[in-house]
Ligand binder design. Structure first.
Ligand code: MSP
Length: 643
């Protein structure tokens, strides 16, 4: 039987309602699941809640409820956010379910029986917020020991616990990482984990005697299973582990194809979880996709700072699909990303309303005005139309490649780039004039735009399911789950007839728009009247130079050149560019790929070694005259303009 594609989110602590960060992890998994379904894969998507442990018990106590009452009262908040955001999960797993408890106990019992688990004394510190044993050799018990992850004070723990022989799996894990280089994505996180394991693994404590709100340890109910070990088991208990009647189902779904996790919990997932699975004789997941953190106005979201973003308020104001699109397009999966209302509004206005929604509207309005709501494809397309067709095929290939790597922001950038081409084609051909002079040429333009928008709608469907369904309606296409879009597009010679339908605008521009360009030009108008010195320039001169931060997503040597590197640079909403620079002798490719640096963005493109460079990298020279790349001291959104 064909294996089901299995994608999971972390299970969320239920000490509070979901926030933008929880939505982000879940959205990534949802888009992966939808993309696989679109490709015809049988898919299983798991999410859920992590309901045991000290943190949740404390929150229940503060709320004056029993832990069970408390967790039951929080679950609807999670379910309603996921429902609102169209999260198409198959199972919402709760760790308080009897089937989960039984499965987790079965796994621990097996490890106990085969000698991978033993009883001893644990003495050290525990962070309740992270539910983590803090291992720091250099601290004494008289200090206030702060958690190395969250910075909060830890509590001292001295109790008898069961230990898992993690140390026995060090070499096996290292061998696994070596044999499976894509096990952890992105590779920076993979290096981190390998370094951690190489530095030596100690056995870990996997039970507590002082935390009653948990799953009883097998055959020793004085202990409960350490909440992290029990929580990780949800990935297998949700699909039938521990239930002999579900063994077959389990076998078609496990192992997970992708576990989506935030960077803060990668150690539990990519070290402890594989070791536990190895010990249990179960297959290991194929991949961990590790995402960064969303900050708000450059700060971590926290209740005390009052900057926690509520996903429901956000979609009430901006709509579900625009928020889904923004989070995936503007936060590169490999990095932390900042959320700001100004960026969200800018994105909705320029990328969604102007580039996408308006194109559909303008085309349909023109068709309506000229009684041409039914368009047939021409027998033969003109050379300009064929260029758009070629760009469309290019977009589809590149999009697919980026989606395979889970680089959603780059995939969506490809769409944006393609939409710029279609918009430029539409304007250059002036169909409003053609309607009066050359009806076949007019219809050809409409046909090109309709075919292009159809491809765009199919491809962004996993990210904006509702809006893209609407767009297809505007093109007279009814999308059903059974539509094999890849087959349709693969065989497509742009010969589809369309029956256009008038719709309300797909996207509404937010009222309170903060327009970057406006700010720049108004600054530029405030030209200083001070006397000009020989070595100074007018402000308006400086304003002509656009410097932007971009992430180098790939770099390779250029044939027949000792110095040049050819880089692909991601400028976020401003697109992906090819830029060449003479830095090859001075830096290692792996040191620059994935890093941010400054580029002159509006320099006229020029040819270097036969290749076009669409910008210039800025560097200073060190004492030896070697170029040194300039980097921002903290990550900023790609495309950020220096001013
Ligand atoms: N319960 C554990 C996971 C157990 S999985 C077997 C846990 N829960 S959590 O609720 O604290 O975090 C769940 C996920 O939300 C993590 O992937 C975490 O990275 C993500 N986020 C929480 N805040 C976040 C941001 N501000 N930004 C992005 N994601 C972050 O850890």
């Amino acid at each position: 039987m064909k294996k089901t594609f299995y994608v999971t989110t972390p299970i969320y602590y239920v000490n509070a309602k979901p926030h933008l960060g929880s939505l982000y992890s879940t959205l990534i998994a949802d888009v992966i699941a939808r993309w696989q379904m679109l490709k015809g894969e049988k898919t299983f998507f798991l999410t859920g809640t992590d309901e045991h442990g000290q943190k949740v018990a404390q929150a229940a106590h503060q709320a004056g409820k029993s832990p069970q009452e408390f967790v039951d009262s929080i679950i609807p908040a999670f379910k309603s956010v996921w429902e609102r955001y169209d999260i198409a999960y198959n199972i919402f797993m709760r760790t308080t379910l009897a089937s989960h408890k039984q499965g987790a106990q079965q796994l621990v019992a097996q490890l106990l029986k085969q000698g991978d688990v033993y009883k001893s004394l644990y003495e050290g510190w525990y962070c309740v917020s992270c539910e983590t044993f803090v291992t720091n050799k250099d601290i004494t018990d008289t200090d206030t020991v702060l958690c190395t992850t969250c910075g909060r004070p830890t509590t001292h723990v001295a109790e008898e616990t069961y230990f898992f022989k993690l140390s026995a799996y060090q070499e096996k894990l290292l061998q696994w990482y070596k044999d499976n280089p894509h096990f952890i994505t992105p590779k920076e996180r993979s290096h981190e984990i390998i370094n951690f394991v190489e530095s030596g693994l100690k056995d870990i404590s996997i039970s507590r005697t002082t935390v009653p709100w948990g799953v009883p340890f097998p055959d020793d109910s004085v202990h409960t299973i350490y909440v992290w070990v029990e929580a990780l088991c949800n990935y297998i208990t949700a699909i039938g582990y521990g239930d002999s009647a579900k063994q077959q189902e389990f076998n078609t779904i496990w192992p997970a194809d992708v576990h989506v996790v935030g960077k803060d919990i990668i150690r539990f997932h990519a070290v402890y979880w594989p070791a536990l699975l190895m010990a249990a004789g179960l297959a290991l997941p194929k991949r961990f996709l590790v995402h960064g953190w969303i900050t708000v106005d450059k700060q971590k979201m926290s209740k005390s700072l009052g900057n926690v973003i509520d996903p429901i308020t956000l979609c009430d104001e901006y709509g579900v699909d625009p928020v889904r699109y923004f989070l995936l397009k503007h936060i590169p999966i490999t990095q932390d990303g900042n959320f700001s209302y100004a960026d969200l509004e800018q994105c909705i206005t320029s990328e969604l309303a102007n580039n996408l929604g308006n194109l559909l509207n303008r085309m349909v309005m023109l068709a309506e005005k000229n009684n041409s709501m039914s368009i047939d494809a021409p027998q033969q397309f003109s050379p300009e139309a064929l260029k758009v067709h070629a760009a469309c095929i290019d977009m589809m290939h590149t999009y697919d490649r980026h989606m395979q790597d889970y680089y959603f922001h780059l995939a969506l950038n490809e769409i944006l780039h393609f939409l710029h081409i279609v918009n430029a084609y539409f304007h250059a051909n002036e169909p409003w004039k053609l309607a009066k002079t050359n009806m076949p040429a007019f219809k050809e333009v409409l046909s090109v735009v309709a075919h292009s928008l159809r491809a765009v709608a199919f491809y962004i469907m996993p990210v904006m399911p509702e809006k893209m369904r609407e767009l297809l309606q505007g093109l007279g296409i009814t999308y059903t789950q059974d539509t094999d879009i890849f087959e349709t597009l693969r065989l497509d010679n742009w010969n589809q007839p369309f029956t256009l339908v008038t719709l309300l605008p797909l996207f509404t521009k937010p009222d309170t728009l903060m327009n970057d360009e406006k700010t720049v030009s108004s600054i530029a108008q405030q030209t200083t009247q001070e006397p000009v010195h020989e070595s100074t320039i007018e402000f308006s001169d400086w304003a002509k130079v656009v410097l932007r931060i971009g992430t180098i997503t790939s770099a390779e040597p250029v044939d027949n050149s000792d110095k040049l590197l050819r880089m692909q640079v991601d400028f976020g909403t401003f697109g992906l560019r090819q830029i060449l620079a003479g830095i090859k002798p001075f830096c290692a490719i792996e040191d620059i790929v994935g890093t941010q640096t400054v580029f002159v963005y509006n320099l006229k493109p020029r040819k270097m070694a036969g290749l076009e460079s669409q910008g210039m990298l800025l560097a200073g020279k060190d004492e030896k005259g070697a170029p040194t790349i300039i980097r921002p001291i903290s990550t900023v959104p790609n495309g950020t303009q220096l001013q």
